[in-house]
Design a protein around this ligand. Structure first.
Ligand SMILES: Cc1ncc(COP(=O)(O)O)c(C=O)c1O
Length: 397
């Protein structure tokens, strides 16, 4: 697709998809691919889910956009439902993950400003993090490859090695406002923070009057088998960014916060034109209808086990290709011994779509609605891809 009118920012695979059905995507030439990437954890309910299609088309015939100058009933409803299902008391809707992270950072800084501490604007983050591509979120993510060439790094972001809580403790100073992390790093290679670390971070925040921000843009919305990943640890944040799966493919995101943390976000201090528009809210509410239905998340956890066991067996069979299987729920990482890019390409050869990540990992993030049959089919393709890369296998044959 290169050589087109588009910015050349993506190394796109030479594939164009025309339609999707559940976990399958069909190209313009009719080839069927099993989608274990779900648009990088976005299509949480698969492609063309009838409930989402109905919600979107019904709203499309009524009203698309009114701006936040007026009440948006769907926004109020989705906000109340998110509050009822999480630690949060307040919600602010945005369009993308990066905007939700920006909103989270602004909420934290403004909280300290209004409480008499304008000097407290620093945010401590962890190596391997990915928080988005805006100027503030690349500073928060701290990855040189994303910062290079974009001027001075935005002030107020300091990073410590992954899961190094002692380093966090040492870094906390009079200017620190918040600690921010993904409970399970996505782009960083499906790396989960141990519960004990999250507990220590909560204690440090409480001790020093800091706000704990969770980035659940990728690991949230049922991905790990709970509605939000923080639930596994019992540790609650003060502020959380949510995106991707919450819109099931429709661009939308949200900042969730406790009453206290959100208390400084008063009229006029923050805003968005598109955030929370009626189309997005109709889809977001429809996504929650499915996710919150009795037994849905239990079934995600059951299927996740099926998938993890299958992957573990493949890893045992091809130790020269796969080092380990990691992750929770349907957010799984295959840590490769071969190059992850090469393994991802082999998967695509076998018509299975996955997503490379840092730490030489390939991410598997299928729709939460995946069937047992599609899991088995996917495992067969992953096994075949691993076999095609295994020297042992080549020698044996
Ligand atoms: C954990 C995390 N945070 C933030 C973002 C940024 O979201 P967006 O691309 O919607 O701006 C991403 C995107 O991949 C992400 O995975």
């Amino acid at each position: 697709m290169s050589g087109s009118a588009l910015f050349d920012t993506y190394a796109r695979a030479p594939l164009a998809f025309e339609r999707g059905e559940g976990c399958w995507m069909i190209t313009d030439t009719g080839e069927r691919y099993l989608d274990f990437g779900a648009g990088i954890a976005v299509n949480a309910l698969g492609h063309a889910h009838p409930h989402l299609v109905a919600a979107l088309t019904e709203q499309a015939g009524k009203l698309w956009h009114v701006s936040n100058l007026y009440e948006v009933p769907g926004q109020r409803r989705l906000g109340e439902r998110l509050v009822a299902s999480t630690f949060a008391d307040r919600v602010f809707f945005t369009n993308s993950g990066a905007e939700a992270i920006e909103g989270a950072i602004k909420t934290a800084r403004r909280y300290h400003f209004v409480n008499g501490h304008p000097e407290r604007f620093g945010v401590i983050t962890f190596e391997g993090a990915f928080h988005g591509r805006t100027l503030a979120t690349i500073a928060a993510g701290g990855q040189q490859k994303y910062l290079e060439g974009f001027g001075p790094k935005a002030a107020g972001f300091d990073q410590v090695p992954f899961d190094d809580i002692d380093a966090v403790e040492k870094l906390i100073g009079p200017e620190t406002a918040a600690i921010m992390l993904e409970p399970v790093q996505g782009e960083g290679g499906i790396r989960a923070f141990p519960t004990q670390s999250l507990k220590r971070l909560r204690e440090l925040c409480d001790k020093h009057g800091l706000l704990l921000i969770f980035d659940e843009v990728q690991c949230g919305v049922g991905r790990t088998g709970k509605l939000f990943a923080y639930e596994w640890s019992g540790v609650t944040p003060d502020i959380m960014a949510v995106a991707k799966g919450i819109g099931g493919g429709f661009p939308m995101a949200a900042v969730l916060a406790t009453e206290e943390a959100a208390s400084a976000m008063t009229p006029g201090v923050h805003g968005t034109t598109f955030g929370g528009n009626p189309l997005a809210m109709a889809v977001g509410n429809a996504v929650l209808d499915v996710l919150l239905a009795d037994g849905f998340l239990d079934d995600v956890a059951r299927k996740a086990l099926l998938m993890k066991q299958g992957l573990a067996a493949i890893a045992d069979e091809f130790p020269d290709v796969i080092q380990e299987i990691r992750g929770a729920g349907l957010m799984l990482g295959v840590k490769c011994k071969v190059s992850n890019a090469a393994f991802n390409a082999a998967l695509r050869e076998h018509k299975l779509l996955a997503v490379p990540a840092g730490d030489n990992v390939v991410r598997l993030l299928p729709a939460l609605t995946i069937t047992d049959a599609d899991i088995r089919e996917g495992l067969d393709r992953i096994r075949a891809a691993a076999a095609s890369m295994s020297t042992q296998h080549a020698a044996a044959n």
